[in-house]
Design a protein around this ligand. Structure first.
Ligand SMILES: [Zn+2]
Length: 59
């Protein structure tokens, strides 16, 4: 089973690159059983929306 450390690492990587399907599945499974990582995931989503609204680097 995925560890919380691994899960959060993959979640932050997900902001920059698309994860392989196997990792996305593992992550999803972990989020179903782990409340802490669910909260983390929600925060990452918020961060991502904010950084989309206010891009801090030129494309
Ligand atoms: Zn976790």
């Amino acid at each position: 089973m995925l560890s919380c450390k691994q899960a959060t690492e993959w979640m932050s990587r997900r902001m920059d690159e698309e994860l392989p399907l196997s990792r996305r599945m593992g992550l999803r499974l972990h989020l179903m059983i782990c409340k802490g990582c669910r909260n983390f995931s929600r925060q990452m989503d918020l961060l991502r929306q904010v950084s989309r609204k206010f891009p801090h680097r030129e494309q």
